[in-house]
Design a protein around this ligand. Structure first.
Ligand SMILES: Nc1ncnc2c1ncn2[C@@H]1O[C@H](COP(=O)(O)OP(=O)(O)O)[C@@H](O)[C@H]1O
Ligand SMILES: [Mg+2]
Length: 235
């Protein structure tokens, strides 16, 4: 499998604050990679740096072998890398479909159009004319994923899709992961919840206080080592 994304020795942060220290992450075509870590570990910062939203201080990010470090967010989207941000960030004053149409205009051509995302999430078609914020939490997450898909990504970065949702809704959202992968989409899935992420992941990367503490295949690493890398040895 060829390497789709290669993050090497990444330092990133905000003003005087450094959030990531020498982070390495390799994502191969067709994989689902889970990045797990406690609140504040640097997961969103890592996705933000890849997406061109957070300043990179050192290291590099390669997409299909080409450096994309420091590219503006729009250019990263046009290369086929889409971020589904934590907290969904839908435009509250716009309808579901208006939110989706905006995304389609930013992306690149490909198989994902309104019909395709409505086929994946039929409830969005039913509710397409209501304000995005009138959707339930789970439906807002579906809308945020649909928005990412409409840019026709080959790599989807999913930041805490499960946040604030009931277990049944989380399962419904995660049930789409294998379907996306069948469509040829590679995924990086960020979660605080270890269980859900490990179920869908080929490989897992644990972040703790801005550093990678463990990386590998979940089955080979075992739950205990993963828990330790997640919580630290004190836990
Ligand atoms: N916009 C910001 N400005 C300053 N510090 C931030 C900002 N966003 C995140 N941080 C800090 O960076 C660290 C990593 O945050 P984040 O990447 O959001 O962690 P996670 O997504 O794993 O919860 C935390 O200490 C957080 O307080
Ligand atoms: Mg986060």
């Amino acid at each position: 499998m060829s390497t789709l994304l290669d993050v090497r020795g990444l330092d990133a942060g905000y003003g005087d604050f450094q959030a990531l220290f020498g982070v390495d992450l390799t994502v191969r075509e067709g994989e689902v990679v889970a990045v797990i870590g406690a609140n504040g570990a640097g997961k969103s910062t890592l996705l933000g740096a890849i997406a061109g939203l957070v300043e990179v201080r050192a290291g590099e990010i390669l997409h299909r072998g080409e450096p994309i470090t420091g590219l503006p967010a729009e250019a990263v989207v046009r290369r086929g890398i889409a971020l589904v941000p934590e907290g969904r960030r839908l435009f509250p004053s716009l309808s579901v479909e208006e939110n989706l149409r905006l995304a389609a205009a930013l992306g690149r051509p490909g198989p994902w159009d309104l019909d395709a995302v409505y086929a994946l999430f039929p409830v969005l078609r039913e509710r397409r004319d209501i304000p995005a914020t009138a959707l339930s939490g789970g439906q807002q997450q579906m809308c945020a994923i649909a928005r990412g898909l409409l840019t026709n990504p080959e790599l989807l970065l999913l930041d805490e899709a499960s946040l604030g949702l009931a277990p049944a809704v989380i399962r419904e959202i995660y049930a789409t992961v294998p379907r996306l992968r069948e469509q040829g989409i590679t995924l990086v899935v960020v979660e605080q919840d270890i269980g859900q992420a490990l179920q869908v992941a080929d490989r897992v990367c644990c972040l703790q206080e801005g550093r990678v503490t463990l990386e590998g295949r979940p089955a080979e690493l075992g739950r205990e080592r993963i828990r330790e890398a997640y919580f630290g040895t004190a836990a």
